[in-house]
Design a protein. Structure first.
Length: 403
């Protein structure tokens, strides 16, 4: 938009800027590398009067999310951020926030899990809670971090589910790039304040999160209330509704700000590709360079970027991969004892689909292991050679493993 300004900033600053533009009312914070500058920036803005919000300093990540749960329960717009073992320490409350259907937004600067200690990037942390009931969106650059965080509030508040905005630690969190910052007025128009949850009502006191038994049962007024299984089914349906809501919000964002991020997925040179390269986050952006280089060698490659990992966009990836000869997935995480998580979900999505391409998996970049375009291109060449040799299924390749 004409009233936007452009500034050079890190991915962490982009996340903090989005939270400020969203006019968050409560920020709860506990530092952990590489997300610490997000909440440090918000703390400074609160102290300097640039952001009218309560900044709550806590003693742990578990407490940080607890504060956000309490604030969101009475209708406040909240924000927090974390990484790696900090996210693991939040685990109990990650499940609570989702099960309570609270419209929280959390930014996760992806970092390797300990032990052994490692502060560098992979995506093991956020993918380890992929089944907790949060929407998970993965960003490929700093502009997308800002824009997706704004979209996350609209999604969370319309669906009543929490949203996790994930971006690669250091590769994005600490590197700088030009970012267009929309005006506060434009963001207010895109992100109006939603109706507060009907929890805090002195004339109608109630418990929050009471014990729920297996079967439906009447409450004190004789009204039949859901059992535990009904709550889980409604939550699951809300995540399913996100498959439609995420593209709708992205289109609305494009209508206001002139930028679209593809909704559930994005493609590069994909339409006429024979070999689809699949990844999430900044790795998908790097694969765009790889695909262009491979085309110069006669390998018709294209990129399918996974933007919404939860809910998994099954129908979107089926449509995007129709007619392809091979799908090569690059995961920056591993489901121990099985394979890469994106690879596993993609294979599940294509199971039983007539003419679906074989799916080959590769594990790359764990703990910050450098992932170069040459390394990625080499993995694709090996996959294509195996396909030509008649291989349709093979174990995942651990790229650049030095055992």
């Amino acid at each position: 938009m004409s009233d936007a300004i452009t500034a050079v900033m890190t991915g962490n600053e982009a996340a903090a800027t989005a939270a400020r533009l969203a006019r968050v009312q409560v920020v709860a914070a506990y530092p952990i590398t590489p997300q610490s500058p997000v909440v440090e920036t918000l703390c400074r803005w609160v102290e300097e009067g640039e952001l009218e919000a309560e900044f709550v300093r806590v003693e742990s990540e578990h407490s940080a999310l607890t504060v956000c749960i309490a604030a969101a329960s009475i209708g406040a717009r909240t924000f927090t951020a974390t990484s790696a073992n900090g996210l693991a320490y939040m685990n109990e409350q990650i499940w609570w926030a989702a099960g309570a259907r609270l419209p929280l937004v959390l930014c996760c600067a992806n970092r390797a899990m300990a032990a052994p200690w490692n502060v560098l990037n992979d995506q093991q942390d956020s993918m380890s809670v992929r089944d907790a009931g949060w929407v998970q969106l993965y960003c490929r650059d700093n502009q997308e971090i800002l824009d997706t965080t704004l979209q996350a509030y609209r999604l969370a508040e319309s669906l009543q589910v929490p949203v996790m905005v994930c971006y690669d630690g250091f590769l994005l969190s600490h590197t700088v790039a030009p970012v267009a910052i929309p005006s506060e007025a434009a963001v207010d128009e895109f992100l109006p304040r939603g109706k507060a949850l009907p929890v805090l009502d002195l004339s109608d006191p109630r418990n929050v999160g009471p014990v729920t038994l297996a079967d439906p049962r009447p409450d004190s007024r004789g009204v039949l209330c859901h059992g535990y299984m009904e709550f889980r089914a409604l939550h699951h349906r809300a995540l399913g509704a996100a498959l439609q809501a995420i593209p709708e919000v992205d289109r609305a964002f494009a209508g206001t700000f002139g930028r679209s991020w593809g909704g559930l997925t994005f493609g590069h040179l994909l339409e006429d590709a024979e070999v689809a390269l699949v990844a999430a986050g900044s790795l998908a952006a790097e694969l765009s360079v790889v695909a262009e280089a491979l085309r110069g060698e006669g390998i018709r490659a294209g990129v399918l970027g996974i933007r919404a990992y939860r809910p998994f966009p099954r129908e979107a990836v089926r449509a995007a991969l129709a007619g392809k000869r091979l799908c090569q997935v690059f995961d920056k995480a591993v489901s121990y004892g099985h394979e890469g998580p994106i690879c596993s979900d993609l294979r599940g999505a294509l199971a039983g689909v007539a003419g679906a391409p074989p799916v080959f998996g590769a594990i790359v970049g764990l703990g910050g292991r450098d992932v170069t375009t040459a390394t990625l291109a080499g993995a694709v060449r090996r996959a294509v050679a195996d396909l030509v040799a008649g291989v349709r299924d093979r174990p995942e390749e651990w790229v650049d493993l030095r055992l």
